[in-house]
Structure formats: C-alpha cells, structure tokens
Design a protein around this ligand. Structure first.
Ligand SMILES: Cc1cc2nc3c(=O)[nH]c(=O)nc-3n(C[C@H](O)[C@H](O)[C@H](O)COP(=O)(O)O)c2cc1C
Length: 404
C-alpha cells in the first residue's frame, strides 16, 4: 500500500510557478500532506503567503533565519528532508536544475534536495533554447543518474510568445506521477493487461450499439497497478476519461478490435495478468452498412439483426494456452439479478482465477459512478463480500489478491 503521504514541493522562479498551486490543489484532494520550500527568487513571483494558505503550513525560504539553534532536533532543512516521502521541484528552472545536478545548497530547495532520502522528481519549465541547451540536457542526465525522475516538459506556448519544447507538463500528469511515488511496488516486474470501458459495434458509418460502461473501474485498476509498480497496458474502449500518465494505452472500438489488441499484447509474454474490466458487447450487427442508412429507404420501422461476438475471456485464454503464455485471468461480472449465481457460473466457463461481481441495477454503484460494492468470487467457491468503497480501493483489493 502507501509507503507515505508527505510531499515536499520545491518551487523555483519560473513563469509556470502558478502551476505549482494547481498541483498542490490536486494533491490535497488525494489526502496527501504537503509542505513547500521556495527559492528566494520564486518569492518575487508569488508570495509564500499564497502557498502557506493553500497548504496550512509554513513555507521554507530562508533556512538560516528559521534555524532555531536552541534545539538540535530543529534544524529546519534536516527535519524537512526527513519528513518528505517525495520531493518534487515544480516548476524547475534551468538554474535550480543546474544547482541540483552539481550539489549546490545555497537556497531552501537545493539544500533540502541534498539532505533528503525521499523520491526526487523535477518538472522542468523554461524557454526552448534554455531547455535544449547542452548544459541543461547534461544536467538533466546527471539528475537521472542521481535517481531523480524527470517529468518531461511538452511542446506548447511559452511565456516568451513563442511555441516549442519547454512548456511544463500537464498539472494532472505531474500530480499523478508524484502520487505514484508514494506507493510500494509489490507488482514490479509483472505485466498486467487491463481492458476497460464499453465497446462500440458499428451499424453504419455514423451509428453504433454501445452500453453504459464509463471505463472508470478499468481505469482505476490500471492506475493502481501502475502505482504498485506493474508494467501496465490499458486496452480501452471509447471513453471520455483522461489518458493516465505513464501507462501504455491501446484504444479500441469494437469487441473484435479489443480481442485483437489483447492477443497482441500478451503473445510474446511468458506470463501475464489479464484483468477484463471492459463491458464487451455480446452481440453486434450482422451486417454493416458502409453508407449511412437513410430514413426514407426504410419503412416506418427498422430491424437490426444481431450476431454473437466472440467471448473475449474464453478466446484469449485458449490463445494463451496455444502460445504458452501463463495467464492469470480475472473477470468482472456486471449483473442486475442473481448476482453471485451468475458470476460464479462464469468462473469455470471462462477459465478465471476469480471474478469481481458488481450489481449494476443500483444507481449508487456500478456504471459511471466513483464507488463500487463488489463481491470477489474465487474458483474454489469462496465468496468475499467487500464493503462499498471508491473504485480505486476496489482496484487495490483486486490487485493485492494477485500476489496471494
Ligand atoms: C518573468 C520571468 C520569467 C522567468 N521564467 C523562467 C522559466 O520559466 N524557466 C527558467 O528556467 N527561468 C525563468 N526565468 C529566469 C529565472 O527566474 C532566473 O534564472 C532565476 O535566477 C532563477 O532562480 P531560482 O532557480 O533560484 O528560482 C524567468 C525570469 C523572469 C524575470
């Protein structure tokens, strides 16, 4: 689970400084304790008061002034260095990057950086020429060699009225990456393939048959698996969800697309975990009209004949056997009635290790909600009823049973 929840944000004097406020707001929503250290130059851009108000904690700027030499245990930068589980410089100027790469310690940010054992991250933000300059690139390489993670800047609008590389990474991505570093990595070295979302089964070029799956459950599993150190591939049907940072995503439309994507993802593996959280259509239109079906060409009614889609889980398990892939498959069952009975029947039929059964007849859980109340049904008949919880907690409960 979480190895800590203390994040120290180091703030330096970039025009992107306001993004640090956004990152802190996002982290606060995730129940993470946050403290801030700023360079003196940064305080000329935004007052420390703003960060103090946002974090309910004092901001460290002048380490000498704050040092209380009556109490040895109160050496500010050492206490701060010990407190932090993750230390992230957001935004990181070329100057602070150079200092960190060369062991300088003449400001609160670089001083704590040198003193802490925390996971270290920098999110560079600067003009393109400054970013691509050999000096900056060499310094970033050095930081990587020291164990820092770099959240690469992106191509975008820069403060100097130009466009190019150097625009700070997206705040959602920065917050996501920082949070990921707060977790233990028990799934490190494991390949986990997760399907998520609905499928679209095309009727003609503009119409399709789909279902109410939002993809939230599968995306939550992908996120937690990534946080827990797995090598994750998310095979996603069409959803409106944000693509999670650092996770390989394969976008698919139909059930057949999804099947091919899963096969492709596991075919070269010796072993893999497959978590089938997608709501795959059982049927698809028997005939696809390659031109839009016109109302005037129909009578007052329209009949769409359907044919069965392949059963993804069963087909993939057979494919895995044929290709000598040791597959640990977990299924999901969305049922509106006889939940446990219907879910249990699927375990043997589809070759699952266990199945996660959820009741989609309830409006407060299941499709398109943030919470879920599931039962985990094992192949030996054991049924574990979990209480109602956030989908990320359900994801964690599922993933920790992979080890068992
Ligand atoms: C308006 C303004 C915006 C700046 N934006 C950046 C920036 O985005 N990235 C950067 O590396 N330096 C930027 N600088 C230059 C730094 O502020 C300068 O190098 C400063 O000494 C960095 O101090 P620090 O790294 O101790 O915070 C900017 C300067 C000004 C005046």
């Amino acid at each position: 689970m979480k190895k800590g929840s203390n994040v120290l944000i180091g703030v330096s004097a970039s025009i992107a400084i306001y993004k640090a406020l956004e990152v802190i707001s996002l982290l606060k929503k995730r129940d993470i304790s946050i403290k801030v250290a700023m360079t003196k130059e940064a305080t000329g851009f935004i007052s420390p008061v703003v960060f103090e108000a946002l974090t309910n904690s004092r901001v460290y700027v002048d380490v000498l002034e704050e040092f209380d030499n009556k109490d040895d245990t109160n050496i500010t930068h050492i206490a701060l260095a010990k407190w932090a589980d993750v230390f992230a410089v957001v935004p990181a100027t070329s100057n602070i990057i150079a200092k960190l790469a060369n062991g300088f310690s003449d400001d609160a940010v670089s001083l704590v950086a040198l003193a802490t054992d925390a996971e270290k991250i920098v999110a560079p933000a600067m003009n393109s020429n400054m970013y691509t300059h050999k000096a900056t690139q060499e310094n970033l390489k050095k930081l990587e060699a020291f164990g820092y993670s770099i959240i690469e800047p992106v191509d975008g609008n820069l403060a100097c009225n130009t466009k190019g590389i150097g625009h700070i990474a997206d705040v959602e991505d920065i917050a996501f990456f920082i949070e990921s570093k707060l977790y233990d990595k028990p799934l490190s070295g494991k390949k986990i393939v997760i399907t998520a979302g609905p499928t679209n089964e095309a009727v003609d070029p503009v119409r399709y048959i789909t279902n109410r799956s939002s993809g939230k459950m599968g995306y939550a599993v992908a996120k937690m698996a990534y946080f827990m150190g797995a090598d994750v591939t998310l095979i996603s049907g069409p959803t409106h969800l944000r693509q999670p940072y650092g996770i390989k995503i394969v976008k698919t439309e139909s059930a057949v697309d999804m099947l091919e994507a899963v096969k492709n993802e596991i075919k070269n593996e010796k072993e893999a975990v497959l978590i089938m959280a997608a709501a795959v259509a059982d049927f698809k239109p028997k005939h696809y009209a390659d031109k839009k079906i016109k109302k005037q060409d129909l009578d007052s009614s329209m009949v769409i004949e359907l044919k069965e889609n392949p059963d993804l889980t069963k087909t993939v398990n057979m494919f895995a056997k044929d290709n000598n892939v040791d597959l640990f498959t977990i299924g999901f069952a969305a049922e509106t009635n006889d939940l446990i009975k219907n879910a249990a029947a699927k375990i043997q039929k589809k070759g699952l290790k266990f199945i996660v059964a959820n009741d989609v007849s309830r409006g407060d859980i299941g499709f398109n909600t943030d919470e879920n109340e599931v039962s985990i049904i094992h192949a030996d008949g054991e049924i574990e009823k979990l209480e109602k919880m956030h989908k990320e907690s359900v994801a964690y409960e599922i993933l920790r049973r992979i080890e068992a």
